[in-house]
Design a protein around this ligand. Sequence first.
Ligand SMILES: [Zn+2]
Length: 285
Amino acid sequence: MTSQGKMPAYSIFYHRIADDHSNPWTMTRQQFKRQIDWFQEEFDLVSLTELQRRVDSGFNDRPTLAITFDDGYAENCEYALPLLIERNIPVCYFVTIENVVQQAAFPHDVEIGQELPINSLESLRSLANSGIEIGAHTRTHLDLGKVSDPGVLADEVIQASRDIEELLGKPVQYFAFPFGQRENLNHSVFSMLKEHGFLGVCSAYGGWNAIGGDSFHIQRIHGDPSFERVKNWLSFDPRIARVKPYKYERRAVRRDGQADPTKIHELAVPPLAIPAVDSSQIPTK
Ligand SMILES: [Zn+2]
């Protein structure tokens, strides 16, 4: 990685840390600890807000990483989250509120015969009181890329977040798209979140956050069980990678028919032909 004040800010997402019921979105305790140990040696481990501050400042010369979790699996409270709390490592924990309230397993777990337990409201309150930021991950873990009804979007995104706030007594400032691949994102949700004062929104297709670029959309990489793969992704300089951010703002078109480059969030350096992340390999949930 090169420096010169443009060191990219990374964010990583995990789902479930447990030694039982192995599946593509579960990592063992040992695998997790090894990654966290390495992160602590190599990175400033920051909150999403600090990551955004560094992106906005236009200058960053520190390896920067923000840790997040999606969905709300109960076992995360047994090892992973206590480890992060004990080490004072910031984390944003995104939960699907209907599954929490109903204590209902996710369809993607039921499909493979694993009715995995979900965090209770009590455990989330305790996490929030320990300083963990709780974020929203819709009401029912819907693929928002397939939804256009504004009423459904408002309920899944805004009202579900307000419900979390009410149930936990803490503000919800961040949102993460379920599945998080480009096809699961939705332009209207980005504007809706901005209108309602959210601080940021996370995707999961495997992207990096360019310093001086858009800080509202936080692009995350997958917390893969393979230490080498994660190390590779986090040692990679995205300024030479062909990973373009999802464009959620309509391109402003100039009179001559050319798109206004100031309205398009792209990497400033022309991409080389280096494959960064094969998103088909990301088991996002
Ligand atoms: Zn999810």
